[in-house]
Design a protein around this ligand. Structure first.
Ligand code: UDX
Length: 447
């Protein structure tokens, strides 16, 4: 087709993966791809020889090559990237040839400053929102929930009362959702919402069958073209865009385990826990008497480089049944016949990856979109359960046994398998995501 698309991911693992997967999907549909990226957390170009890459400098961040995903960094990026991003796009536009026109920008919803650049240069902008529809719906309710007092100081942050405005959340989920409290978060949400409203369209990494009612609500509130073409990782895996090296011993260890006997534990690339929570996790895992593959990402335990020295007795209890690694080939782990359950922080990529492999979940959401994803897992799709009291060894042990051994776990597994089946159907010719991708391609060609 000859058209070129300029894609700009937010430089955090959970956002780089879906943007690079989207790039590969659109390349497979005949578009040429340029990835604009920051110096920190830049993608591994050698894994994408067919893409062009353009680095933009953002002065205040170049000193931090391992920039962590955080609210502060999102706000900062929206400020410092404006000039270099505009100059980069301008240069690419002026160098573009007539037989390979630049058709549009596709940028992360959290890089909302890019809408002003698109307007300035009169280039259409499509938004990629990497979260679930449900989590986006809850996030954008921030002003309403603030006004109704759900974020007031005096509110019981342990309350199990429902929140009618933001179903299926409980009151205690609200503070977790906006835990990264303060003006910055409000700024991000309003920037993102305004940026989406002014854009030419939005792309979602989800599929209609999973979130139909919320899709209807969002389409009423955001009357722009909306494309639900996910799950992206079913077209192209996340391995190529992994910023950390994936430990292959995960697979050789799983190969030695019985079918459906292993609990996989990982909290993604951003969430962190305290040392005391880590020890409760370890005791809960050891006491459950189940086999487990545990990703302890360097930095996941606050104040520690990697693994803390275990208290007496715990090391032995853990190594008897578990294999601990720093970073896993997660998709392969979830697809492995030995994997029975995923204890996750419920980042959207992890949640979708679990759904696609039919693996029931135990949920320990931390912040942002994670509490909503966790409630969807538990109460909407009924394919897992949420640890209600944080990290307590007895509750952890009970939850593991409920999902991996009890009858209710078998029912969760059955429902997850149904969702897995729906994923496969939506991607087949005539399926919802298949058709939406066709619509997206035609839409881009109409620019
Ligand atoms: C962040 C937010 O925390 C999350 O809530 C949001 O939905 C996306 O941005 P992150 O915390 O990294 O993402 O979680 P998640 O969305 O689950 O993405 C993690 C990615 O890293 C997944 O694609 C997963 O396959 C990959 N991963 C994770 C690995 O490759 N190896 C691992 O050991 C763990």
């Amino acid at each position: 087709m000859g058209g070129r698309l300029l894609l700009f991911p937010l430089p955090f693992q959970g956002h780089i993966n879906p943007m690079l997967q989207l790039a590969s999907i659109l390349y497979s549909k005949g578009f040429n791809i340029t990835i604009i990226h920051t110096f920190c957390n830049s993608p591994n170009k050698s894994n994408y020889p067919h893409f062009a890459f353009e680095a933009i400098s953002e002065e205040t961040l170049t000193a931090s090559p391992t920039m962590q995903g955080s609210v502060t960094n999102v706000v900062l990026l929206n400020k410092v990237c404006f000039d270099p991003f505009r100059d980069c796009v301008k240069r690419l536009l002026s160098n573009a040839s007539a037989d390979e026109p630049i058709l549009c920008l596709i940028t992360d919803a959290l890089l909302y400053f890019t809408q002003a650049v698109a307007d300035l240069l009169m280039l259409p902008r499509l938004v990629l929102r990497t979260s679930s529809l449900s989590a986006f719906h809850v996030l954008r309710l921030h002003p309403v929930l603030l006004q109704k007092g759900y974020l007031s100081e005096g509110l019981d942050s342990h309350s199990d009362a429902p929140v009618p405005e933001a179903q299926p959340l409980k009151v205690k989920d609200i503070s977790r959702t906006y835990k990264i409290e303060g003006e910055d978060l409000a700024e991000i949400i309003s920037g993102m919402v305004m940026g989406i409203k002014a854009s030419s369209g939005i792309i979602w990494n989800t599929f209609v069958e999973l979130e139909q009612p919320v899709l209807n609500t969002i389409q009423q509130n955001f009357p722009i073209p909306s494309f639900t073409i996910g799950p992206f990782h079913k077209y192209f895996t996340a391995s190529a865009s992994s910023l950390l090296e994936q430990d292959r011993t995960a697979i050789s260890w799983l190969d030695m385990q019985a079918p459906l006997s292993v609990l996989y534990v990982s909290f993604g690339s951003v969430a962190a826990i305290d040392k005391s929570e880590f020890f409760e996790m370890a005791w809960g895992l050891a006491n459950s008497k189940q086999k487990f593959l545990w990703v302890v990402r360097p930095g996941v335990i606050r104040g520690s480089e990697w693994l803390e020295p275990f208290p007496p007795g715990l090391q032995e209890a853990v190594s008897e049944r578990g294999h601990i690694i720093k970073w896993a080939p997660q998709q392969e782990v979830l697809a492995h016949p030995a994997t029975a359950c995923f204890w996750s922080h419920c980042g959207w990529n992890s949640t979708l990856e679990s759904v696609c492999e039919g693996v029931p979940m135990i949920c320990s959401p931390s912040f942002g979109d994670q509490p909503t994803n966790a409630r969807c897992v538990e109460t909407v799709w009924k394919v897992g359960l949420v640890l209600e009291n944080g990290f307590e060894r007895e509750e952890i042990e009970r939850a593991i046994r409920r999902v991996m051994i009890d009858q209710e776990g078998k029912e969760m597994k059955m429902r997850m398998s149904c969702l897995k089946e729906k994923v496969n159907l939506c991607l087949m010719e005539g399926g919802s995501s298949y058709k939406s991708l066709e619509d997206l391609v035609s839409f881009i060609l109409s620019f």
